[in-house]
Write a protein that binds this ligand. Structure first.
Ligand code: NAD
Ligand code: LMR
Length: 333
């Protein structure tokens, strides 16, 4: 029995993500919450002949509380998306407040749920959820995840393209570490399951790195004011949610990058901080998932000089982003 909940379920990501979750036979209850349209989305999905019973609620009459009660996993794609010319940080003013309010609802009604944060800027919204949970005395760093899977999915696709084997994309695994915005997105191409040609250096290497770092901009530009990635994000969010559910069900050895608090695994976190040469409260590295969430934070491992330079460039921006999220909550209480 698994109850999955989507907050922001009527949106561009929320609808296809809810559809995909409805197809997972392990999910027996699917709760949908948004400030608009969830009864319609829920009615539509409820006709699909898979096990999940679907409920859609709006804010009045404790809709959030009702949807969250009994939740095992809560995915948050609520908030505004970027338009051309905006950075993810430009979304903070609006999305920070939305995520803070929703995190408060989760802390009150589903404090043990696994929380998967999609709303941007992820580098700051994850610290917001953590601080809200701390304020309510229910913080467990093993259970809060920033979803960076889209960066991993893009890396697989773009590397397969460079290798001129697009059909291999599903099997290409490239760790993408750091965070989820611009230079904080660090692909470790030297650790690709499918090695890149040794002559991929200089401009060709930089072009590939930049494409992974700024893949989101490609979609924002192509949508021309109509938002950012939704369908690929729903796919990525579904992938990560499934990994969490499979680990909870006892499957071992599931490893994926996610932006988590290093406190989730103090020993692994300390080893990672040593590699980074500094202490960040949150970082996305490969994590091993277990029945209680984060089981282990893996080190970066062997990286090239170029990758070390990318990590070094990511650290100060990550530190600022994390502080922005943390301060936002601390100043409001
Ligand atoms: P959207 O505008 O299509 O949908 C957002 C939904 O959130 C809307 O239905 C809206 O009504 C709802 N919402 C707003 N305030 C709410 C509240 N208080 N409670 C519940 N629901 C609320 O936007 P989208 O394209 O789905 O993107 C959503 C977010 O996901 C954006 O912040 C975007 O930047 C982010 N995003 C993250 C990634 C990632 O890799 N982590 C990828 C793509 C998009
Ligand atoms: C993405 O990477 O596609 C998302 O973070 C959305 C965005 O604003 O680019």
């Amino acid at each position: 029995m698994v109850k999955a909940v989507v907050l922001g379920a009527a949106g561009g990501i929320g609808q296809p993500l809810s559809l995909l979750l409805k197809t997972n036979p392990l999910i027996t209850e699917l709760g949908l919450f948004d400030i608009v349209n969830t009864p319609g989305v829920a009615a539509d999905l409820s006709h699909i002949d898979t096990p999940a019973v679907v409920v859609g609620r709006l804010p009045p009459n404790d809709g959030l509380k009702e949807v969250l009660t009994g939740a095992d996993i809560v995915v948050i794609p609520a908030g505004v998306p970027r338009k051309p010319g905006m950075t993810r940080d430009d979304l903070f003013k609006i999305n920070g407040g939305i995520v803070k309010d929703l995190a408060t609802g989760i802390a009150l009604s589903a404090p043990k749920a696994f929380v998967l944060v999609i709303s941007n800027p992820v580098n700051s919204t994850v610290p917001i959820v953590a601080e809200v949970f701390k304020k309510h005395g229910v913080y467990d760093p093993k259970r809060i995840f920033g979803v960076t899977t889209l960066d991993v999915v893009r890396a697989s696709t773009f590397v397969a393209e460079v290798l001129k084997t697009p059909s291999a994309a599903p099997n290409v695994v490239v760790p993408v570490v750091g965070g989820h915005s611009g230079v904080t997105i660090v692909p470790l191409l030297s650790q690709s399951s499918h090695p890149l040609p040794s002559d991929l250096s200089g401009e060709a290497y930089e072009t590939l790195v930049k494409r992974i770092q700024f893949g989101g901009d490609e979609v924002v530009k192509a949508k021309d004011g109509a938002g950012s990635a939704t369908l690929s994000m729903a796919y990525a969010g579904f992938e990560f949610a499934n990994k969490v559910i499979r680990a909870v069900k006892g499957e071992k050895g599931i490893v994926a990058p996610s932006f988590v608090a290093l406190a989730a695994d103090p020993a692994g976190g300390a080893a990672l901080s040593k590699e980074l040469g500094t202490e960040l409260e949150f970082f996305s590295s490969n994590i091993e998932l277990g029945p209680n969430g984060v089981l282990k934070i893996n080190p970066l491992g062997k990286i090239t000089e170029q990758e070390a330079a990318l990590v070094k460039a990511a650290v100060p921006e990550l530190a600022t982003n994390i502080e922005t999220g943390t301060k936002f909550v601390l100043q409001k209480y």
